[in-house]
Design a protein around this ligand. Sequence first.
Ligand SMILES: Cc1ncc(COP(=O)(O)O)c(C=O)c1O
Length: 380
Amino acid sequence: MLAYLDHHATTPCATAVVEAMAPWWSERFANPSSRLHRPGLEASAAVERARGQVGRALGMAEETVVFTSGATEANNLALRGVVEAAREDGQRRRGLVTLATEHRAVLDPLAALARQGAPLTVLPVRSDGLVELELLAEALTPDTLLLSVMAANNEIGVLQPLEAIAALCRRQGVLLHCDAAQAVGHIPLSMAALGVDLLTLSAHKFHGPKGVGALLLRPGVRVAPQQLGGGQERGLRAGTLPVPLIIGLAAALELALADREERARRLGALRDQLWRRLEGLGGVERNGSASHCLPHNLNVTLTGVEGHRLHQLLRRRLAVSSGSACAAGSPSHVLAALGRDRREAAATIRFGLGRDTGPEEVDAAVAAVAEALSTLRRPV
Ligand SMILES: Cc1ncc(COP(=O)(O)O)c(C=O)c1O
């Protein structure tokens, strides 16, 4: 049996979520933009109910939610949208700031905006993955338009101090975008309480369907649409709404919030157990802050082993990854930002625990790593 411990890449869609979506694929198939007949109005009402649920779950009103195809699209809409809107409004501020450990779905759109002339600052992080607040404070100037900082890192699980970051942004009048794809449904998060201006989420990271996410906008924050057409989503994201996926997103979020605390406690204990047992094998080093970390994440580097061989051995028994699933092949820029070299980054394992993870998976992981280590470290 293969133990699946790659829940940062994606999670299985919960059975209750599949059931909630079921009628909306077939018998309730109407287009929510068809306002002249009852099936269309019913689909529209269901989408608006889902919108309300998602908004409330993040402490916001429903009109702040723009449904997208996932976190990648939400990040693109946020970053490109803010820059374009500011340009249209004749704003003087143009500077963009982010961290070196952000997901490619933030770094790449920002790099594209920089090529078009926006001044971009990519800040380093400390060796534990946390932002240096003093450095950040210096980087935010009266010319800065937007700061993008993720809530939880997809490789090392590190949780950035969003409250302090939001306070710095408020002081300087800088918009704060937060890619919360790995955090929503896993840690307590209120966009309103934190003072985040734009927030990204993705359903498949919390046992919802793939292909749907959302960008939440604080009222008054303007983004220029990146996809034009039928004017759906108040003109911010054209395209026929994927009703079943939206229903699934809201259902998955409700489920995730209902068992969040219990799940975090249980998975945190399993993760700690996994770490203690791996540490006991010797030559296993943890990456990222252990105190500011998602409860279901563990990222370790095995010293003195060849990464390719390690993962070849592990793959027979474990589904894990060495870095982000979205950047397969290239060495992890996150581990590089922590000071790991290519060889160390390759010999790294990211464990992501999920709702269905139990002690059996932890046993399987420890046994697989122990066996791989004894093979790789055997004197020749
Ligand atoms: C932090 C973060 N942002 C963005 C994404 C991209 O999400 P999606 O697959 O919904 O486009 C991911 C997925 O790996 C992620 O972890």
